[in-house]
Design a protein around this ligand. Structure first.
Ligand SMILES: *Cc1c(COP(=O)(O)O)cnc(C)c1O
Length: 355
């Protein structure tokens, strides 16, 4: 058995999570089972998992550097993290944060479960201060949709830390950042996005090196019921095999498109964190132009979500869901693996049509 630290992470993504016994198929078959005969490692899937779930967890654990628990969606994983906060506790949340996590945390605050304080993603001093006081510091970097970065390593350099530090690393992917190595307690992914990579599944992951947190997270999945479906687990592990290639290709195209967009007269501002495949930009024509762009692209797709092989555009401002802080005319683009020239041809034509 090869250990994750013996090979490059991109190799680990290919070789990990495979059956080892003689005569097995190379990949774990889909296991549509809720319960098992006695004498093995599994008895009831929601409690002990299944072989393919164990395999996917081992594969991601090797990439993130910490034992991993998979959930039925990113939000199920986020709920399990928020469940760590007791009644009357405090959660620090970024001002730019995935709208579902914002709604979950703020909803809990309205219901009297805990209180929430909001911190600018780039405000390292305030994050450091919060780590001494709050129960959970939820960091999202790059943030969605503004693509601000939080310096996790700098934030975690705090003595007398009280908070559990959880990082939503969905946009970074395990190939852009390894938050556990930077001092985070928990790293979360919506594997719905880059890990799955094909816009055909919902899945979430949590990785942690703290056995106390892992056991509470497992309890939360067991009792909260956010156990993933067997088809999704199969597809996610299959998607993971090509994540390094997809990430490399999409990042190169995103960097090129960010430059080209910056020079286009219809574009006033471009946000690109320097790596990864997300680009957020603003149009001089405001919300109207943004709506028009989304409806006139032919090759790019106008769709929510991100991280698929296809390049997609989404409007994030003027559409509720905690989007009040977003500038008008904002578009978030998730760059896929199509040929760059084709992407720019379509985008340039649709942008030039805005005049
Ligand atoms: C999509 C997403 C989530 C939620 O994940 P689901 O799999 O849709 O439940 C959480 N955080 C970020 C940054 C996301 O993009």
């Amino acid at each position: 058995m090869i250990e994750p630290d013996e090979v490059d992470p991109a190799t680990w993504a290919v070789i990990s999570g495979r059956p080892t016994s003689a005569g097995s198929p190379l990949n774990h078959p889909i296991t549509p089972a809720s319960n098992f005969l006695p004498g093995g490692d599994h008895w009831y899937a929601r409690n002990e998992g299944t072989d393919p779930v164990d395999a996917l967890e081992a594969a991601i654990a090797g990439l993130e550097g910490g034992p991993t628990v998979v959930f039925s969606s990113g939000m199920a994983a986020a709920s399990a993290v928020l469940d760590l906060v007791g009644v009357g506790g405090t959660i620090a949340l970024p001002t730019d944060c995935y709208h579902g996590v914002t709604a979950l945390a703020e909803g809990g605050a309205i219901g009297g479960r805990w209180s929430v304080e909001r911190i600018e993603p780039t405000d390292v001093a305030s994050w450091k201060d919060s780590l001494k006081r709050v129960d959970l510091a939820w960091i999202e970097t790059p943030s969605n949709p503004m693509l601000d970065l939080t310096d996790v390593g700098a934030v975690c350099e705090v003595s007398e830390r009280k908070a559990v530090v959880a990082v939503d690393s969905t946009l970074a992917t395990p190939f852009g950042s390894r938050p556990l190595e930077l001092g985070a307690d928990i790293v979360m992914h919506s594997a719905t996005k880059f890990i799955g990579g094909h816009s055909d599944l919902l899945l979430g992951t949590l990785s942690t090196n703290r056995p106390d947190l892992k056991s509470r997270i497992l309890d939360s999945r067991r009792l909260g019921g956010g156990f993933p479906g067997s088809l999704e687990v199969f597809l996610a592990l299959r998607g993971l095999r090509t994540l390094p290639l997809r990430y490399e290709r999409a990042s190169a195209s995103a960097a090129a498109l960010a430059k080209m967009l910056l020079e286009h007269r219809a574009v006033t501002r471009v946000r690109y964190p320097g790596s990864g495949s997300m680009v957020t930009f603003e149009l001089s024509g405001g919300d109207e132009a943004a709506d028009r762009l989304c409806s006139t692209v032919r090759l790019l797709v106008h769709a929510t979500s991100l991280g698929g092989v296809e390049t997609s555009l989404e409007r994030r401002s003027g559409h509720g869901h905690g989007s009040d802080h977003l500038p008008s005319g904002l578009i978030r683009m998730s760059v896929g693996i199509e040929v760059l020239a084709d992407l720019w041809h379509d985008l340039d034509r649709a942008l030039s049509d805005l005049d």
